[in-house]
Design a protein around this ligand. Structure first.
Ligand SMILES: C[S@@+](CC[C@H](N)C(=O)[O-])C[C@H]1O[C@@H](n2cnc3c(N)ncnc32)[C@H](O)[C@@H]1O
Length: 238
């Protein structure tokens, strides 16, 4: 099994429990402020348990989620009630072309695949399912900061047990790797680190334009020290 098929379960939710509803509320508030007019539903690509879908609904948006993890989608139903979600792989979205008015992709839900072609396929799928002119928000890691601030080894206590974490950057495929050992069970997180120039090439070659790059959800501009790389853009008009 690929790492992303194994990792996004109970232990993931425990380790990242600080990625909670309050954070989603602030992020959707920022999205609402910056996104402008939207004509149609908003796709939350890799929605996880649906914490952003819940906040979109509170603000009157029609959100639709898509995620591969059955466990996370099921946890979302328990947490928030029924939300419109599809279980699918982001490389092959089960939606018609031109069907969404906007797209969001939060918390580094990109760069998961073994080949560049597969990661590019995801961007092409994003562009395919949104309407011409439809805006997107893409929230991703900042490679410069991740490299300079990397903590190579640490231990954390969570309700599921002691988690030991090891991190490294693999320059052969430019991936950020995180090995987690939780009560003897081993998990991996592996994300291809694209910098702003590389991401821009992926998006522009897939029919999207990038309007602005932020470095955090407080609206600060992006620079090499920023906690995040948050892009706003749109699919090009035909
Ligand atoms: C870091 S989590 C972020 C979840 C959510 N966006 C959030 O902010 O809470 C990444 C998400 O990507 C999903 N995912 C991983 N591989 C996927 C794939 N191949 N297709 C669709 N979703 C995938 C995981 O199940 C997980 O929910």
């Amino acid at each position: 099994m690929a790492w992303y098929q194994e990792w996004f379960g109970e232990e993931y939710l425990e380790l990242y429990s600080y990625r909670n509803d309050e954070e989603a509320r602030q992020q959707i508030e920022f999205f609402h402020r910056e996104i402008g007019a939207i004509d149609g539903p908003v796709l939350d690509l890799a929605c996880g348990i649906g914490r952003h879908l819940q906040e979109l609904a509170i603000r009157g948006f029609h959100g639709v989620g898509c995620d591969l993890s059955f466990l996370l989608l099921r946890t979302g139903v328990r947490e928030y009630g029924q939300l419109p979600v599809a279980r699918a792989d982001m490389r092959n979205l089960p939606f018609c072309s031109n069907s969404f008015g906007a797209l969001v992709n939060f918390f580094t839900s990109f760069g998961y695949f073994a080949t560049e072609e597969e990661n590019l396929t995801v961007v092409r799928e994003m562009a395919r399912v949104i309407k011409p002119g439809a805006p997107f928000l893409f929230d991703y890691l900042n490679v410069h900061r991740e490299l300079s601030k990397m903590i190579q080894k640490e231990t954390r206590e969570t309700p599921t047990g002691t988690t030991s974490i090891e991190r490294w950057f693999d320059s052969s495929d430019r991936s950020f790797n995180k090995r987690m050992i939780i009560d003897g069970r081993r998990y991996l997180e592996r994300v291809r680190g694209y910098d702003l120039d590389e991401i821009s090439v992926l998006f522009t070659s897939s029919g999207m334009t990038i309007r602005e790059a932020f470095g955090d959800f407080d609206g600060a501009p992006f620079d090499r020290e920023s906690p995040r790389l948050i892009l706003f853009g749109a699919r090009r008009e035909e």
